[in-house]
Design a protein around this ligand. Structure first.
Ligand code: FAD
Length: 320
């Protein structure tokens, strides 16, 4: 019995959510008095792989083959499942990221495992292996008991935190047996459309809604985001009207995010919008209507006109 954590890389680097998944997997391994093995797929330098030891991975399986240089859902799932079988891992942990959401159910099917996706806490220690997870687009929590021998857990970013746990990590190459049927759809190359922080991984997000009146007013939103090193997001009507790209749409029908800071400007706070952002650590709302529903879930609120408040915020940030 052991625990395997999949460590997703982007351009050869691990993101904070990966170190968080490793920290979480290490805590489960400790609960089960067993070891933690990590599996990395793609081109990652040895020095970067060694970083995983800081968070408790004692063995790191490295899969570096040409066919798997870019993410291929089915093939990655097969390799991770094969590694779990070879290592005798009955618990597989991964981040509930964009690719994690595609991988987790596939790995679960291959391992005939129970799945808890969107986990927010460690499993209970009363012998029941019950995992608290988000449900109904983040509007509720569910406690899911995994009764199967094998288990897959996809951890929500920002739910557990990064915890250092220095371990001497051994790196091993893992020979992946890739079937042609796993390579039905292959991404040849990924070209970044922008150098800006990508929304699903952003720790800070500046988001705006219909209160901004039109696309011509997004200059101040982008300036505020740039000053903070934040990603930009928007409400659904804004992307429906083509004021902003659909990739920025957050909510029930858009991307679900959980950054450390979410600043909502001129957004009413409809339940469908909150479904995608309510697990943000700190929510700041700027709205001219004191009755706007968003204020009910805000940690900080400014009742005021965005066209006055945002330039003042920009001015204050520039002064520092
Ligand atoms: P509005 O509701 O028009 O609110 C604009 C806000 O701006 C108001 O609160 C107003 O007081 C404020 N304001 C106006 N002028 C200013 C100013 N000068 N300064 C400061 N504040 C100002 N929505 C999503 O966002 N994401 C989703 O994923 C999503 N999925 C949906 C799925 C379904 C099935 C349905 C039915 C709806 C969905 N919606 C979604 C739409 C959602 O119900 C709301 O209509 C939408 O979120 C409202 O967007 P908004 O807050 O930008 O606009």
């Amino acid at each position: 019995m052991s625990v395997l954590v999949y460590v997703e890389q982007a351009e050869g680097k691990f993101k904070k959510s990966v170190f968080e998944a490793v920290s979480y997997a290490k805590a489960i391994a400790d609960q089960q008095s067993t070891n933690l093995t990590a599996i990395s797929i793609g081109d990652v330098a040895e020095s970067e792989l060694k970083e995983l030891g800081k968070y408790g991975a004692s063995k790191i399986l490295n899969v570096s083959v040409d066919q798997l240089k870019t993410f291929v859902n089915q093939a990655y799932a097969s390799v991770i499942a094969a590694a779990a079988e070879k290592e005798g891992a009955d618990i597989v942990v991964l981040s509930n990221s964009f690719s994690g959401k595609g991988l987790a159910p596939r790995i679960a099917v291959k391992l005939k495992a129970g799945l808890a996706d969107g986990a927010v806490e460690l499993p209970g220690t009363d012998g029941k292996f019950a995992v608290k997870k988000t449900a109904f687009s983040g509007k509720a929590f569910a406690i899911t008991e995994l009764t199967s021998a094998n288990k897959v857990i996809a951890l929500n970013p920002n739910a557990f935190g990064v915890k250092e746990n220095a371990t001497d990590a051994v790196i091993e190459n893992f020979a992946a047996d890739i079937k042609p049927s796993d390579l039905g759809t292959v991404i040849k190359d990924i070209v970044r459309a922008t150098d800006k922080v990508s929304l699903p991984d952003a720790e800070l997000v500046v988001s705006a809604g219909r209160g901004l009146k039109g696309p011509e007013n997004w200059g101040m939103i982008e300036e505020l985001a740039d000053l903070l090193g934040a990603a930009t997001a928007c409400s659904k009507p804004v992307s429906d009207a083509d004021w902003r790209p659909h990739s920025e749409h957050v909510g029930q029908t858009g991307i679900a995010i959980s950054p450390n800071l979410y600043i909502a400007i001129g957004i009413s706070g409809a339940i469908q919008h909150l479904a995608g952002v309510s697990s943000s650590k700190v929510i700041v709302v700027i709205n001219k209507d004191p009755e706007a529903p968003f204020f009910k879930v805000a940690d900080y609120g400014i009742v005021g006109d965005a066209f006055e408040v945002v330039p003042k915020l920009i001015e204050a940030l520039k002064a520092h």
